[in-house]
Design a protein around this ligand. Structure first.
Ligand SMILES: [Zn+2]
Length: 334
C-alpha cells in the first residue's frame, strides 16, 4: 500500500474530499467506512449482506445494468441514445478495448429514476467479475465530493489511473464482504467445521453471498477468519525476469492470500514460491485423471527456495482442488 499513498490520483481524491492526513489511503478508507456505517446505523430492520449492497446503491442513487449478451448491449445502446444519452455511443468500442464497466451520470434521468447508471460487462468470462464490478463502481461514487457529483461525469477506469483503480478495488473489496455483517455469519456457519475449508466456502456462498464467485467467497472466508489460514492458487510460471516455459525456473508456483492470524503465527508462503514435488498441491496438479478434492497433513518445511532456504517448519493441513490449469488450496495451521 506504500506507493498508493503517494500516487497523485489518490492524493487528489483525499484533497477533493477535504481529508487532511499524512496517509491519504487510510483517510479515504475511513471516509468511506464512516459514510457507510452511518447508513447502516440509520437502517431499520435486519440487514443481510445483499440488503446492505442495495442500501449502498440506494444512497448513491446508483442503478446497475449488467449486460449479459451482445444483443442486450445493442438494445441498451439503442434505448439510451434514443433517450438523448449520447454518452452511450462509444460503449461498445470501450468494452471491446478492455473496459469492464462504465458509470455515467444520466443527463436526462426522469423523475423517480436513479441519476447514476453503472453499465457492467457481464458477457462471457467477465460474468465472474460482476459481483466485484458493482462494488467497484459504487466505490468511485463514494469517493466523489458533493461538488463533483453535481457535474455530469463518466468513469471508464483508465489504466493511467492504476493507483486510483487499486484503491477502488480495496474499498470495493471491503464493501463486497462488509466485515460487520459478513464475519458474524461466517462464525455461525463455521461452527460445524474445525476451520476454513471448501465445504464452508460452499455454505457461506449459498447462505450469504450467492452472487459472488466461489473464489472471491473463498478469499473472504480466509481473510476474515480468526483461524490461521492461507488461500492459495498454483500455476505453472517462471521467475519474474525469466522467459516462459523454456526457462529453467519454469515450475508450479503460487500466489497466496494470508489472513492476519496466519501472519501472526508465521504461516505464509512468499509470492511465486515453487511448490515442492512432495506436496499434495503438486500431486493434485499432475494427477493423470484429475483428482477429487484431496486433503493432506504436511510440514511447511518441505517448501524450499533455489538458494536452499526453507519456510518455517509448521504442521499444516491442505485441502486442494484442480480446475483448468491451476490448483486452488486452503491451508490451515494444524
Ligand atoms: Zn474504476
Amino acid at each position: 500500500m506504500g506507493r498508493l499513498q503517494q500516487a497523485p490520483g489518490v492524493v487528489q481524491i483525499a484533497r477533493d474530499l477535504s481529508l487532511a492526513s499524512a496517509d491519504p489511503v487510510e483517510a479515504i478508507l475511513d471516509h468511506c467506512r464512516t459514510r457507510v456505517a452511518s447508513w447502516v446505523t440509520g437502517f431499520k430492520g435486519r440487514l443481510t449482506l445483499q440488503r446492505f449492497h442495495q442500501l449502498i446503491d440506494d444512497r448513491l442513487n446508483l442503478h446497475h445494468v449488467v449486460v449479459k449478451s451482445d444483443l442486450e448491449l445493442d438494445d441498451l445502446i439503442r434505448e439510451q441514445t434514443g433517450c438523448g444519452e449520447a454518452i452511450f455511443e462509444t460503449l461498445k468500442d470501450e468494452f471491446a478495448g478492455g473496459t469492464e464497466a462504465i458509470t455515467f451520470k444520466l443527463r436526462k434521468a426522469e423523475v423517480g429514476m436513479r441519476q447514476h447508471l453503472a453499465v457492467i460487462d457481464g458477457r462471457g468470462q467477465r460474468a465472474a467479475r460482476v459481483f466485484f464490478g458493482k462494488r467497484h463502481e459504487g466505490s468511485h461514487l463514494l469517493c466523489l465530493s458533493p461538488l463533483q457529483l453535481s457535474f455530469v461525469f463518466r468513469r471508464t477506469h483508465a489504466t493511467k489511473n492504476a493507483a486510483e483503480e487499486r484503491l477502488m478495488d480495496r474499498i470495493g473489496g471491503e464493501l463486497a464482504f462488509y466485515p460487520p455483517l459478513f464475519r458474524p455469519q461466517l462464525n455461525r456457519l463455521q461452527k460445524i467445521y474445525v476451520g476454513p475449508c471448501f465445504d464452508l466456502v460452499d455454505d457461506v456462498r449459498n447462505a450469504v453471498c450467492p452472487e459472488a464467485s466461489w473464489t472471491t467467497t473463498a478469499i473472504a472466508v480466509v481473510e476474515q477468519n480468526e483461524f490461521p489460514a492461507l488461500f492459495l492458487t498454483a500455476r505453472y510460471a517462471s521467475k519474474t525476469r525469466d522467459p516462459g516455459p523454456e526457462s529453467p525456473s519454469w515450475a508450479l508456483r503460487v500466489s497466496v492470500r494470508a489472513n492476519q492470524a496466519a501472519k501472526s503465527a508465521g504461516l505464509n508462503i512468499p509470492w511465486n514460491y515453487r511448490v515442492p514435488e512432495t506436496s499434495l498441491i503438486y500431486r493434485a496438479f499432475h494427477a493423470p485423471l484429475g483428482m477429487l478434492d484431496a486433503h493432506a497433513d504436511e510440514r511447511l518445511g518441505i517448501w524450499t527456495a533455489s538458494n536452499g532456504s526453507r519456510l518455517l517448519d509448521l504442521p499444516i493441513h491442505i485441502e486442494a482442488r484442480k480446475h483448468g490449469d491451476q490448483v486452488t488450496a486452503i491451508i490451515t495451521l494444524n
